[in-house]
Design a protein around this ligand. Structure first.
Ligand SMILES: N[C@@H](CC=O)C(=O)O
Length: 304
């Protein structure tokens, strides 16, 4: 696992894949299947993994956190940069910060929650997390009410933030007052588009942010990587054509649960056995799985 500090080059050199977490029937961590998934992504050019929402880390027990981190260290290639998440609740994040300090992860992300939270409290939690873990935090902005752009900028200016995962969903991503303000206050080299392939072209081209995170990349890593490369070359037509390849599965994710559809899709495509889902989530009904399988296999077929 790569342990060097986060650089702009790191953020741009790979799509930041946000994978599901494979579990065995008894809900224990499925080391061999997680390894299989990482190998698939690695072969498609992925060098950064962010274990967060799609891995359902919202629901992980603090007592399992050490085993999770150890497994990620054990199964990650030497040049793979791995970003675990903590929280979203303050107490959980503080206990996880202590566990993280026993490892060499260069950064970790605080999962967001709107209840019970206030922007100034979120900023304090980030400060306490950095103090306790000894590493910078990834700030995940998923809702404008979570933290103000001004508070986000203060945290950046105080040297506490490695990068920002920007993930506020707008009906028209071109019209995004929050991102417009954020990019005025914070160096765009530290801001990453955090909603998958769909708004990535607009976020990178029109707002100048640095890279993008994605979930469907776990199925078609070569295609998502090709899309990032096309964007960086400003080959917008190629990037747009590749983006369209992801639409069918993304539409299912948006309709039925981004986390759960991805979790099933990785298994149904035959990439890795993701297994059961940790409560408070649960598996999707069987009548949806045929549609997910079709879209997932079609996307995998494009991966080559
Ligand atoms: N939520 C997005 C990007 C990852 O955070 C996805 O799952 O595609």
């Amino acid at each position: 696992m790569k342990t060097t500090p986060v650089t702009f080059e790191d953020l741009q050199s790979s799509v930041i894949a946000v994978p599901p977490l494979c579990r065995n029937k008894d809900l224990s961590l499925a080391k061999s299947q997680n390894s299989r998934l990482i190998k698939h992504m690695y072969k498609g050019g992925i060098r950064t993994l962010l274990y967060g929402g799609n891995a359902n880390l919202y629901n992980i027990a603090p007592s399992e956190y050490h085993a999770l981190l150890k497994m990620l260290v054990d199964i990650s290639p030497d040049d793979m940069w791995v970003v675990p998440s903590v929280g979203p609740m303050y107490g959980t994040a503080m206990d996880q910060a202590k566990i993280l300090s026993e490892f060499a992860f260069p950064t970790a992300m605080l999962l967001p929650t709107l209840f019970p939270s206030k922007p100034a409290g979120v900023a304090t939690a980030i400060r306490h997390f950095v103090e306790k873990s000894g590493i910078k935090a990834v700030l995940y902005i998923k809702d404008g009410a979570y933290i103000t752009p001004e508070l986000a900028a203060e945290l950046v200016n105080d040297g506490l933030i490695s990068w920002i995962k920007y993930a506020i969903v707008e009906p028209d991503p071109k019209k995004d007052p929050y991102l417009k303000k954020l990019t005025k206050l914070v160096d765009t080299k530290l801001i990453v588009s955090g909603i998958g392939e769909q708004p990535a072209i607009i976020h990178l081209r029109d707002f100048g942010v640095t890279g993008f995170t994605a979930g469907c990349v776990c199925i078609a890593p070569s295609r998502s990587t090709a899309m990032l490369q096309a964007i960086l070359k400003k080959d917008w037509d190629t990037a747009e054509k590749i983006r369209e390849e992801f639409v069918a599965l993304e539409d299912l994710r948006n309709a039925h649960s981004p986390i759960l559809v991805l979790h099933h899709a990785v298994e149904l495509a035959g990439v890795a056995q993701t297994g059961p889902v940790l409560p408070l989530l649960t598996e999707l009904p069987a009548n949806l799985l045929t549609k997910i399988e079709k879209a997932a296999k079609a996307l995998l077929a494009k991966n080559g």
